[in-house]
Design a protein around this ligand. Sequence first.
Ligand code: SF4
Ligand code: SF4
Ligand code: SF4
Length: 272
Amino acid sequence: MKKYRLPILMLVIFETVAVTLWLTKDNLFYLFNFSYIGLAISLGVFLFIRKYKYARRIVQLLVGLYMLIYLGLICKENMQIEGFWYYLFTGVFEAATIHYAVAKIFGPLIFGRGWCGYACWTAMVLDFLPYKEPKEPGKKLGWIRYITFVLSLIFVSALFLAGVGNLERIMFWAFVVGNILYYVIGIALAFAFKDNRAFCKYICPITVFLKPMSYFSLIRIKCDKEKCVSCGKCKRVCPMNVDVTDNSRKRQNGTECILCMECVKNCPKNAL
Ligand code: SF4
Ligand code: SF4
Ligand code: SF4
């Protein structure tokens, strides 16, 4: 039973959020939404512990498709960063802002960039591409994320300052067009750099929130130095170029870790 502590912990955290929001906001949607996501994630962690090869991919599809199709396209909720700014400016603490607070701002203090490994609908598609293990070390292009971050803020601020009407509709179409752009750029970069996660490393504006918060993450991959034989396999299979053998928080690319567990699965000495 001890080995199932993590999926149980994840379920408890999400259920606590689900029930708290349901009762405080008097809206059953939150109970359904966070219970569904918590169940999907816990199922994935459970399957991983049972050594099922596609555990993480199942969670990505369950959560990613739910958010993209149901919340985004059917409920017309802009869950991208523009949606976050939009709801923040309107002072509405609803789905998109709560989603950001839980998954991308405060949640990473507990589960790091678990969002990127298990729930993001952009990476859900990128992870199907052929370059799961980057062929080269990461490039120094991370500064681009700050430009996309600022551009998203300018875009939404301009809509407000210009007093544009029908903002709900514009935000819906911004979600559709934004996602198409993300997919096109993400797939092009993956092939150009032979790295599925190039978009995550250099372009994604959400990492401006995710990276500093995940620095303090409670859940981290640690290396047992007694067992490690420095074979380097963990670094070769890591999609995010993390030096996981270094246990310090300042390890190379430490805030890039998406908790995908590829290093853990591939370590020949069970040192991780
Ligand atoms: S870095 Fe951005 S695109 Fe990549 S998985 Fe995280 S949120 Fe998604
Ligand atoms: S794969 Fe395991 S044994 Fe090899 S370097 Fe990484 S932690 Fe050490
Ligand atoms: S392979 Fe290991 S270090 Fe790299 S992102 Fe996945 S869990 Fe993190």
